[in-house]
Design a protein around this ligand. Structure first.
Ligand SMILES: O=C(CO)[C@@H](O)[C@H](O)[C@H](O)[C@H](O)COP(=O)(O)O
Ligand SMILES: [Zn+2]
Length: 199
């Protein structure tokens, strides 16, 4: 590796290690995690579902997390009801073209969401209009909202039932925090849902 790249690499390692250390030491974060797992397990057990939405890298998170739940995470068990609102290009392009990109998630929340479902809304800025609109649509429909954002919180922070604010203002680092939490939450939901079956 060329020497001049090492400064950048060191700095990235340093920031990621600090982020995870800060998250690990945050007692309030553990309380939020417990709340989200309880809300999710209750929703799934009564036949509701989890919806996921985000833009760019957060769209990847949305479909990644839904995939873990519908398929499997740490062990074999029945699939869990989770839908990413980021994957159907016909739906996304129709809504984007006919109503505007700000509506691509809200319209799907209105169409697919049912009272008692949960929306996982992911936005590093907390200000993406399509995410804020989706959150408002969810609230109007009796759907609880779990938010994932950065330290600023943005417009979405005060609209969520539970909001995870990563201790960073840098989009990629915020995303790394989200990705860690996403895996943690999938693992915890699976564990809580299937404790008897996991062996
Ligand atoms: O993955 C990245 C940056 O790491 C980008 O694709 C990023 O997700 C996009 O710029 C998004 O549009 C940012 O939106 P948001 O997180 O502020 O809602
Ligand atoms: Zn990225």
């Amino acid at each position: 590796m060329a020497n001049h790249l090492n400064g950048y690499i060191d700095s990235e390692f340093d920031k990621s290690i600090k982020l995870l250390n800060a998250m690990s030491a945050d007692v309030a974060l553990r309380e939020l995690l417990a709340r989200v797992v309880t809300l999710s397990v209750e929703a799934l057990k009564r036949g509701n579902k989890l919806l996921f939405a985000g833009n760019g890298g957060s769209a990847a998170d949305a479909q990644h997390w839904a995939g873990e739940l519908v398929s499997r995470f740490n062990f074999d068990r029945p699939g869990l009801a989770a839908i990413a609102l980021t994957t159907d290009t016909s739906i996304l392009t129709a809504i984007g073209n006919d109503y505007g990109y700000d509506y691509v998630f809200a319209r799907q929340v209105e169409a697919l969401g049912r009272s008692g479902d949960l929306l996982f809304a992911i936005s590093t800025s907390g200000n993406s209009k399509n995410i804020v609109r989706a959150i408002k649509a969810a609230r109007d429909a009796g759907i609880g909202v779990i938010g994932f954002t950065g330290q600023g919180g943005g417009a979405m922070a005060e609209l969520c039932d539970v909001c995870f604010r990563m201790p960073s203002g840098e989009t990629p680092k915020i995303q790394e925090g989200h990705e860690f939490l996403g895996h943690l939450i999938c693992g915890l939901i699976e564990y809580e849902m299937f404790t008897d079956a996991k062996g």
